[in-house]
Ligand binder design. Structure first.
Ligand code: 5GP
Ligand code: ZN
Length: 113
């Protein structure tokens, strides 16, 4: 998707601070971190959000989830972390390319909404 910010990051057109990469997944630091560790984990294929997940494209999301424990360990999040995927307008999604926020490095608040 030529007008997608995260596709541009994947293409190297916009710089990013890489944390992890494999065949299906790219992870990089959020430009506006909400916690000491705030990593965005995205599939290398363009999927608009979790709401667009199907039996055919679900591997892209699964690959992101499978990558998260290793990223969390490498980031030193031994005592826990939070994973969030915002969906659509009411979900607060601003970038329309599926992504998982991996947040930690401090005791997170109890409220999620
Ligand atoms: P959303 O609000 O869609 O769930 O999350 C989008 C995230 O992307 C936000 O946390 C925002 O800070 C981050 N973001 C937006 N633009 C950029 C950018 O150019 N580079 C990086 N690394 N993160 C970005
Ligand atoms: Zn995209």
């Amino acid at each position: 998707m030529s007008d997608c910010l995260f596709c541009k990051i994947l293409a190297g057109e916009i710089p990013s601070a890489k944390v992890f990469e494999n065949d299906a997944v790219y992870a990089f630091r959020d430009i506006n971190p909400q916690a000491p560790v705030h990593v965005l984990v995205i599939p290398k294929t363009h999927i608009p959000s979790l709401d667009a997940l199907t039996a055919e494209n679900q591997e892209s999301a699964t690959a992101c989830l499978l990558a998260i424990p290793g990223i969390a360990k490498a980031e030193g999040l031994e005592t826990g972390y939070r994973v969030i995927s915002n969906v659509g307008e009411d979900g607060g999604q601003t970038v329309k390319h599926l992504h998982f926020h991996l947040i930690g490095g401090k005791k997170l608040g109890e409220k999620m909404a």
